[in-house]
Design a protein around this ligand. Structure first.
Ligand SMILES: [Ca+2]
Ligand SMILES: [Ca+2]
Length: 255
């Protein structure tokens, strides 16, 4: 039975146009919404997700921010359920991948996605921008990584510093909603582990391999020594189960 399931799963995965890295990212995104962690997305996950949002932001449940966030995600969950198998009220990971496989090819920016998806990064931006000053700063991003995404506190400072460097071009451009939208599009569309979109949820492993490849692509003044950069980030303690794969996203789940 298990063998049959694995064979079926592999058949589904091999038919996908998504790159392995996209699948890793999208699996992370799936887990982000699967608030009860049962491996299925269902309407009941929306309540758990909103509870996390309210705990994180401190928004009153009746506030405009909370209502808007709920509306956007309610629409998202209902649209997901419409894509479920007939008679089912849940989406599993394979179905989730197939949905994105149908959405992503040909998309160049968030504008190319349907409206029920375009609203998601804006909503996430509002959640992270706790001070409400229309830009995300390092402290807000660190808070999000630790409290919402579940990245260990001991790792977060160096990771956030690196993420902010990458997402703001070393501080040249603030992380506004416009630029966050572009990062988010890169998170969804990027087939390879380059580009700032990989920091949307801030948790990637195999920094050495990715950094070495970046150096081949073009030297960068902050990535002169990939190994020391990797050690500096100190995010390698959770070894992936498949060390030969080029890139592995670390799935953190907030406590
Ligand atoms: Ca669930
Ligand atoms: Ca802010």
């Amino acid at each position: 039975m298990l063998v049959k399931f694995i064979l079926q799963k592999n058949t589904v995965m091999s038919a996908l146009k998504l790159s392995p890295f996209q699948q890793e990212k999208l699996q992370y995104y799936f887990n982000f919404f699967d608030s009860d962690g049962n491996g299925q997305l269902e309407l009941s996950d929306l309540d758990g997700f909103m509870k996390k949002v309210l705990d994180f932001t401190g928004w009153d449940v009746d506030s405009q921010c909370a209502r808007e966030c709920h509306e956007v995600h309610e629409c998202f969950f209902h649209t997901l359920m419409e894509k479920a198998e007939k008679g089912s009220d849940r989406i599993n990971l394979a179905k989730w991948f197939r949905m994105w496989d149908g959405l992503i090819p040909g998309c160049m920016s968030m504008r190319n996605f349907p409206v029920w998806l375009r609203l998601l990064p804006k909503s996430l931006f509002r959640i992270i921008d706790k001070k409400g000053d229309e830009k995300i700063d390092a402290k807000e991003l660190a808070d999000f990584y630790v409290k919402f995404v579940g990245i260990p506190e001991g790792n977060v400072t160096s990771l956030v510093n690196y993420a902010m460097e990458q997402m703001t071009d070393h501080g040249k451009y603030p992380l506004t909603l416009d630029s966050y939208n572009q990062m988010f599009a890169n998170f969804l569309i990027g087939r390879t582990p380059y580009g700032p979109g990989r920091f949307i949820f801030g948790c990637f492993e195999h920094m050495v391999q990715r950094t070495e490849f970046q150096l081949i692509q073009g030297p960068s003044d902050i990535l002169q020594d990939p190994l020391s950069e990797f050690k500096r980030l100190q995010i390698a303690q959770h070894s992936p189960q498949t060390p030969n794969s080029l890139v592995k996203v670390k799935f953190f789940r907030a406590a």
